[in-house]
Design a protein around this ligand. Structure first.
Ligand code: OSB
Ligand code: MG
Length: 376
């Protein structure tokens, strides 16, 4: 069987967040992602999502760069080739870097490939877990009281782990407050690379180390693996890498340097389902636990994340929440929900495992672009 894509539609979809989200690098109240729909010669339809933030703050990619790279390079590569596997299509891409854009084209190819196999994506990639432990990522709030209220609400909703975004001004005090108010809750923090070389000896980390956190995520910039290794030596709490892990090569370097003890795997940051699985496999071989991170995905990307998170090495709670934590409505049916601290891996049909509601996609689309072989 081959995958012969004949027409692709790009949708620039914007949705309001139910609650403003602030990290050490940005604050936002709406999310704009590129959804990609592909139709094959035999009439199958596959979907992917480029879940890049609008602005180049988390990494250099942004919604406009994803739109540009997809429409000018990645979609034409899919339209002109016929591929036996998603890996073959990814290998044919002429584009360097730009993982968020590649994640969209790779996901729709995996959606199509697993539909051809008659399998849910999770099963097509070797996923074994029926459900994934659900965590929430909580932004920086205006006051500790507001943060405690937000945490209480998510604990009441059944989430078993929270991740708190931190920056220089919002680190120890809010984390300690959550720790004390919810002694049984698993808590971790994420600095999104805000600290630098002067902070390896910052007493803040020694203080955080006393709080029994599950992990501290990405204290330093993405390229600063040596700083992570130096800090990890001083701490009991495991460090976890997010932004740093952009490829299998960087992963191997980071593990050799002992720059972290836990790895956050994101489909977006790694450039697709295949690369995310490769990093998972390498971590399992090295005995390093992993968990699945997210980028505020809509249902398409969230379904892809859940499929990847069903692989056996995903043992720490994920950043995979129900869509309701972020959006009033989503673009998939059934809606992705969290209950009793878990999210079910979609397996209701072959491919992404749920229905993509194209009407909902079109309702929220600010721009639509149809590409087929007549454009090439
Ligand atoms: O660092 O994990 C991060 C969102 C945007 C940019 C970076 C990050 C995040 C999250 C959200 O933490 C996780 C989610 O999708 O729920
Ligand atoms: Mg992170």
């Amino acid at each position: 069987m081959t995958i012969d894509v004949r027409e692709v539609t790009l949708f620039r979809v914007r949705k309001d967040l139910v609650r403003e989200f602030e990290t050490s690098s940005h604050r936002k109240n709406n999310i704009e992602h590129v959804l990609v729909k592909a139709t094959t010669a035999d009439g199958l339809v596959g979907w992917g999502e480029a879940a890049s933030p609008s602005d180049p703050f988390y990494c250099y990619e942004n919604t406009d760069s994803c739109w540009h790279v997809l429409s000018k390079y990645l979609v034409p590569t899919l339209l002109t080739g016929v591929f036996e596997t998603p890996q073959a299509a990814l290998g044919a891409s002429p584009v360097n870097g730009n993982p968020f854009a590649h994640a969209a084209s790779d996901t729709l190819m995996w959606d199509l490939f697993s539909q051809q196999q008659g399998l849910a994506l999770a099963d097509a990639i070797g996923g074994t877990q029926r459900e994934v432990s659900a965590g929430v990522s909580l932004g920086i709030e205006r006051t500790i009281d507001e943060l405690l209220q937000v945490v209480a609400q998510h604990v009441a909703d059944g989430y078993a782990r929270v991740k708190l975004k931190i920056n220089r001004a919002w680190a120890y005090e809010p984390t300690k407050a959550v720790r004390e108010a919810f002694p049984d809750l698993a808590v971790q923090v994420d600095a999104n690379g805000i600290f630098d070389a002067r902070d390896v000896e910052n007493p803040l980390f020694r203080d955080l180390d006393q709080l029994g956190l599950l992990m501290i995520e990405q204290p330093f910039a993405s390229e600063d693996l040596l700083l992570h290794a130096a800090l990890q030596k001083r701490l009991e709490t495991p460090l976890c890498l997010d932004e740093s892990i952009t490829s299998l090569g960087v992963l191997r370097t980071a593990l050799t340097l002992q720059a972290a003890r836990i790895v956050n795997i994101k489909v977006s940051r790694l450039g697709g389902i295949g690369p995310a699985r490769d990093v998972h496999d390498a971590c399992v071989d090295a005995g390093v636990p992993v968990w699945c991170g997210g980028m505020h995905e809509f249902g398409v990307g969230r379904a892809a994340n859940l499929a990847v998170a069903s692989l056996p090495g995903f043992t720490y709670p994920s950043d995979l929440s129900g869509s309701k934590k972020y959006y009033e409505t989503d673009v998939v049916y059934p809606e992705i929900t969290a209950h009793d601290g878990v999210v079910s891996v979609p397996r209701g049909r072959s491919g992404l495992g749920l229905e993509i509601l194209e009407d909902r996609v079109r309702e929220s689309a600010a721009e639509v672009l149809v590409l087929n072989t007549t454009h090439l």
